[in-house]
Design a protein around this ligand. Structure first.
Ligand code: AMP
Ligand code: FE
Ligand code: FE
Ligand code: ZN
Length: 275
């Protein structure tokens, strides 16, 4: 049975693998299609497609946006978006600039807590793509301030922690509109990270097309809960590993597999031709 992973990061955001490496690793694990879902970047898509041509792997162009509502971060994935759209590229450039400013603000907060990290150190870890808190967490670990990246989030930079700084500049409504205008299908990412089930239901009401039922961070019980929610609300059932290369310790690629029908259903939801 052809299998797919619909949530993967590369080094164009906070993954550690190049697009080419992601393609080769996915092929090795027997996937027939993968979606590249970098935060605020589509720069990995063209090189991934080029590499994928060599081994007959399908690449679904996608992106992951951070939005905020009720003081909670809500990640929304856009699939089959028109990733070559010039206005969209400009918006992504802006979002990446704002990410840098946010990290600088977090560094000031960390300094007040006695932790000295230079922007250059994080930029070295971040590589060519959009900078994010995972890069900062890796830097804190490298400098010995924390034992692992999870401690960095739970002690300093996670939501509500002393060095946390709001990052999202877009609301879910704005992102749903944007994805629609780009011809794509919107999916609520890792719904369990939202603060309440009520908020998940609110996002569903806003008109999201699908929900990530399967995710490397979900227990069987959570997947069952979101599967029922998807069925009750007539939502697409999607999922993925949310692989960050080795950014989260181990390569999560292969930990979540969906049937190819998940791709076909997403494609049916798009408003673009020939995707
Ligand atoms: P940012 O885009 O800068 O807000 O960073 C968000 C990214 O940090 C997410 O996509 C995850 O990769 C990572 N992240 C957020 N919270 C946690 C957490 N509690 N533990 C581990 N990684 C996290
Ligand atoms: Fe990430
Ligand atoms: Fe996410
Ligand atoms: Zn992700």
């Amino acid at each position: 049975m052809p299998k797919v992973d619909l949530h993967i990061h590369t080094h164009f955001s906070d993954g550690t693998l190049t697009p080419e490496e992601v393609v080769r690793e996915a092929k090795k694990r027997g996937f027939s299609a993968i979606a590249i879902t970098d935060h605020d970047s589509v720069d990995a898509i063209a090189p991934a497609m080029k590499e994928a041509e060599k081994c007959a792997l399908e690449i679904i162009p996608a992106v992951e946006f951070t939005t905020e509502e009720n003081d909670t971060e809500i990640h929304i994935l856009g699939y089959f978006i028109d990733y070559k759209n010039k206005k969209f590229e400009k918006l992504l450039d802006d979002l990446r600039e704002k990410r840098k400013k946010r990290i600088k603000k977090i560094l000031v907060k960390l300094k007040n807590l006695g932790i000295e990290i230079q922007m250059e150190d994080i930029l070295k870890i971040a590589g060519p793509g959009s900078i994010g808190r995972l890069h900062l967490a890796l830097c804190l670990k490298e400098k010995g301030y924390v034992k692992n990246i999870y401690e960095a989030f739970s002690k300093y930079i996670g939501e509500g922690k002393p060095a946390y700084e709001k990052g999202a500049l877009l609301t879910p409504v704005q992102v749903l509109e944007l994805i629609k205008n780009l011809g794509g299908a919107a999916v609520l990412a890792h719904p369990n990270t939202l603060k309440s089930k009520k908020l998940v239901k609110h996002i569903i009401k806003l008109g999201i097309a699908g929900i990530e039922v399967y995710h490397s961070g979900h227990t069987q019980e959570l997947s069952n809960y979101f599967l029922n929610l998807a069925k009750e609300n007539n939502l697409l059932i999607t999922g993925g590993s949310d692989c960050h290369g080795l950014g989260k310790g181990r390569l999560l690629l292969g930990s979540v597999e969906l049937p190819y029908s998940a791709v076909e259903k997403l494609r049916e939801k798009t408003t673009r031709q020939n995707v």
